[in-house]
Design a protein around this ligand. Sequence first.
Ligand SMILES: Cc1cc2nc3c(=O)[nH]c(=O)nc-3n(C[C@H](O)[C@H](O)[C@H](O)COP(=O)(O)OP(=O)(O)OC[C@H]3O[C@@H](n4cnc5c(N)ncnc54)[C@H](O)[C@@H]3O)c2cc1C
Length: 561
Amino acid sequence: MAMGFPDHRPIDAPDVTPELHMLRIAEIQLPLDHPEADLRAAILARLGIPDDQLLSVSLFRRSYDARKKSAILLNYSVDVEVADEAAVLQRQPAQGKAVSKTAIVPTPDTNYHFVARAPAGLRQRPVVIGTGPCGIFAGLILAEMGFNPIILERGKTVRERTKDTWGLWRQRQLKPESNVQYGEGGAGTFSDGKLYSQVKDPKHYGRKVLTEFVAADAPPEIMYVSKPHIGTFRLVKMVQLMREKIVSLGGEFRFEQKVSDVVIQDGQMRGVVLESGEHIEADHVVLAIGHSARDTFQMLYDRGVYMEAKPFSVGFRAEHPQSLIDRCRFGPNAGNPILGAADYKLVHHCSNGRAVYSFCMCPGGTVVAATSEPERVVTNGMSQYSRNERNANSGIVVGISPADYPGHPLAGIEFQRHWESRAYELGGRTYDAPGQLVGDFLAKRPSRELGSVIPSYKPGVLLGDLSTSLPDYAIDAIREALPEFDKQIRGYAMNDAVLTGVETRTSSPVRIRRDDKTLQSLNTKGLFPAGEGAGYAGGIMSAAIDGIKVAEAVALSITGG
Ligand SMILES: Cc1cc2nc3c(=O)[nH]c(=O)nc-3n(C[C@H](O)[C@H](O)[C@H](O)COP(=O)(O)OP(=O)(O)OC[C@H]3O[C@@H](n4cnc5c(N)ncnc54)[C@H](O)[C@@H]3O)c2cc1C
């Protein structure tokens, strides 16, 4: 029997304001701290028109070029509305196949366009598992298209979850179902909220993500700054507002509802089973479970869903004074509010064939306890929007691959567990993390006393010797890399900088493969593996983009499009 659902579909309304009759001008370079009027003057000069013909200007992108620290430049791309667009375009030199960076071009259409709409009398609602960025965006797009998704989350609502997460950080009390990895908002809720990603995005899904974030009270500048970030406190509120929007569009959230089994018949998804025993029939299930749902990976493996071991990285969090990074990156311009706290990106290819690189760098932030399992220690980083804590922190991690944990698709999980348990032991079995000063780590002696850098990890850091906290090849690689990093950031290998271990959850240890076109599991029709846990994303933005893609695939599969 056809089931009726309330029709909240906004399809006939324009999705966002159309950007018609706009021109894009890129590569406008001006000195840091230039007067505001200079930007308009530079735009007029590029357009070759008088002031009264420039009707509006909006920023598309603002980045900085800090290669010359004493003369840092701001680099703008802007969209403008002019009285006579055709005349401006006609004056442009003819472009070959490769359009010059400085050419003035019609602003491309970056609006989001829905690919389908739910049929009247939708037979069955799609299910989304997980409310991280991937699940939220899959849920939002499905709701906007009228599919009334059911969104299941094992953890609690974001407000309740915040208390539980802080419970580990302040009172050493871990709640295995409500923590930094599990709960509304997913793994990135207590984070720096960096939103940049290097995924290819020809359909401009990233604009849709940013637009929705701003509608949910994110700082508006995330639309144009080159390295946007949001910070933890704002993320919590945004997650709540996005849920309210999805519910208003006909989506339904169910918290503290762990999917503990799936029903697969003849290679086709038929439904999910909750820990409570409740069955939900569903031929279309988005699997957006993140990289830490180890029990769910095991359950899916036991049910025969195809998966493979995947490379990831392990290492430590390194903490340095933020002022050291600012000075190194910005010289005399350190502290300029337009630049904010400086970040860095480092990589070194070691003589043992390993690559060591900085991961999830958090300027002006703190190192956080990120385990979801009892008696294990995992580090990660977060910051607030202001990024004004004393320390800069970053994962310093070593790439590893299934050759390091051979034999079974889930062997990477056992590898992670082993080293997370070891870190718990080295930290004194209290959820303190083991730590060592960089100087001592390089000199191969245990640390006894902190120097000028006070580590931020809560509940605490137990100083000692990290040399047995990771496999030898990883320790050797990090020992080789730190002095190399010091050549790029003078002081990076300073004696007092602190390493805190261990960083093991840099990305998923498995890939749940899907068909490139239908985005359905290779051997389970109707199952749409998505986001970081399935190995298709590596951060908030890429997970959210993948959620959009998968929602479209679900919609097309249901409508036969
Ligand atoms: C402390 C920290 C800081 C980070 N900082 C950044 C950053 O600044 N920028 C950035 O881009 N990325 C950051 N990341 C990484 C980012 O959070 C992840 O890449 C992103 O959240 C992945 O999104 P996802 O939706 O795929 O999975 P997740 O966000 O992990 O969400 C998965 C959700 O599924 C739920 N779930 C799992 N199993 C089940 C089940 N069986 N039943 C029901 N629900 C289930 C989980 O509870 C969880 O809420 C950070 C991560 C952490 C932990």
